[in-house]
Design a binder for this molecule. Structure first.
Ligand code: ATP
Ligand code: MG
Length: 475
């Protein structure tokens, strides 16, 4: 037997979800379901065959063509009846599709054998229909099934021919083949050629069918591998998210623990710097002042780390509130006026009273605090910083503009990367963590917002926050 005709390994049932991932319906290939569909198609085809045989039988009854018309009609009606039985029982209750197919084809063989006998035995044109049925068997069943059907068909027609030859059943002579039954040699040749034809048909049809099934199987295997890879990727991603959240929690806890003692150290140093514990010599005062400045920097770093880690693991409040931007900006102006005055930087704000966004005050303050802090930090003394708010195209915009050192185009591409600081910023102000803008981006994204930047190096920078406009107006 040719290799390609060997049946593929038994197929297990394939669910539409593979490795827990749903495969789109159009990608699911038919296997068992395909066979069920093909069997239904055979049932439909059989209605046509039953009608054709019945009409032919009636025609033979009216016109004498040497064929027993009533018997042919009876075969047609029988085909229709057993087809109805198949529809009501086998198709509904028989879950074994291969057995179902074998039973259906077996019944068809019987009907065909009777028809063959009624229409001229070995001279009957009905013989052609056996080949047609072998093709159907090759399409319907995987593997060797169709070869068994070819063998059974060959043996069965040989038996009919033999029974007619020896006179056990009468030989019917239609007018188109008014011949005696073939003799033993003739019968052997006829059966031999018939057998060869059906086996060749079975071979070609099953080879093509097997090839198509193998392609289907390969595609299904690929789908499975793909779905499993997605699942593994998803699991790895979940693991990374968990580790990241753990890391943020750890950073948050450690920095929180550091903040208390550091604030206490800073408060004590302030007592010394402000002279509440008496006069100090100039050298000692200089050292204490430097220690205090470093402590302030450390406190800033701790604050940035706290904000950064907090944004990662603190769950976002489900419902935001209507935050009045004017009040957030006023608070921050109050906070920054002393340090801005010290460097002769003018602060200016222009925010409509009724400008609101949907968020939490904490997140908006966090974003604006960092932007205003940067604007002052990276301005030259004598410069100015403007905060502006407005509404346009269904969005609320909030910009912080300065006329300081600006940002080069290369640096602009990396601004929102953790710990990134541009070379000109390091030169201007050596201290900084490079976390501020990441905090800005995350805290606005939580509320559907975004941040953009426009800058020319040496001329200043404008950072703008964009938020969706809230539905209900603020009351
Ligand atoms: P910190 O985390 O302490 O705020 P930082 O200010 O350096 O440190 P970010 O606020 O994240 O960090 O800013 C990142 C970088 O973006 C800065 O180092 C600087 O290069 C650039 N940058 C941000 N704002 C401005 C600005 N207004 N003008 C010029 N450069 C800016
Ligand atoms: Mg900053």
């Amino acid at each position: 037997m040719p290799k390609s005709a060997v049946s593929p390994p038994a197929r297990k049932y394939r669910p539409k979800t593979i490795a827990g991932i749903e495969i789109p319906a159009q990608l699911v290939l038919p296997l068992e379901s395909e066979l069920t569909g093909r069997l239904s198609w055979l049932v439909h085809l059989r209605w046509g065959a039953a009608l054709l045989v019945t009409l032919s039988g009636l025609w033979c009854t009216w016109y004498d063509v040497g064929i027993p018309g009533r018997e042919v009609t009876a075969v047609g009606v029988t085909i229709a009846l057993y087809n109805l039985l198949i529809l009501l029982t086998l198709q509904r209750y028989l879950r074994n599709h291969i057995l179902n197919a074998n039973l259906q084809i077996g019944l068809d063989w019987l009907a065909l054998l009777v028809l063959m006998h009624l229409t001229g035995g070995m001279h009957s044109p009905v013989l052609m229909f056996f080949i047609f049925h072998v093709l159907i068997a090759a399409i319907l069943m995987p593997g060797r099934g169709c070869y068994w059907h070819s063998l059974i068909a060959t043996v069965a027609i040989g038996m009919v021919g033999l029974l007619e030859l020896v006179g056990v059943i009468p030989h019917i002579r239609p007018i188109w083949a008014n011949l005696p039954p073939p003799g033993s040699h003739q019968l052997l040749v006829l059966v031999g050629f018939f057998g060869l034809s059906v086996f060749l048909c079975a071979f070609f049809a099953s080879t093509i069918s097997h090839h198509l099934r193998r392609l289907e199987q390969e595609q299904i295997d690929l789908q499975e591998k793909f779905a499993e890879a997605i699942q593994r990727l998803d699991a790895a991603n979940q693991g990374l998210i968990a580790i990241d959240s753990q890391k943020s929690r750890y950073t948050h806890t450690v920095t929180h623990q550091l903040r208390g003692p550091l604030s206490a150290v800073h408060a004590l140093l302030r007592v010394l710097v402000d002279g509440y514990e008496g006069e100090m010599n100039a050298k000692a005062m200089d050292i204490v002042k430097r220690v205090e400045a470093r402590t302030v920097q450390l406190l800033d770093t701790v604050r940035d780390l706290l904000d950064f880690a907090g944004l990662d693991f603190e769950p976002r409040e489900e419902q935001g509130e209507q935050v009045k931007l004017i009040s957030v900006v006023s608070n921050l102006l109050e906070k920054y006026v002393p340090s801005a005055d010290l460097r002769r930087i003018a602060l200016d704000a222009s925010i409509p009273d009724d400008l609101v966004i949907l968020a939490t005050e904490h997140d908006i303050e966090l974003a604006l605090d960092n932007l205003m802090g940067n604007a002052i930090k990276y301005s030259h003394s004598g410069g100015s910083v403007e905060v502006r708010g407005w509404q346009a195209e269904g969005q609320v915009h909030l910009s912080v503009r300065d006329h300081g050192i600006g940002i080069s185009p290369e640096a602009q591409k990396q601004l929102f990367t953790e710990f990134y600081r541009a070379p000109n910023a390091k030169e201007h102000e050596p201290y900084g963590t490079g976390l501020g803008l990441v905090i800005v981006k995350r805290s606005v994204q939580r509320w559907g917002g975004s941040v953009s930047v426009q800058s020319i190096e040496g001329e200043g920078a404008t950072f703008t926050l964009h938020f969706p406009q809230p539905q209900a107006p603020c009351t």
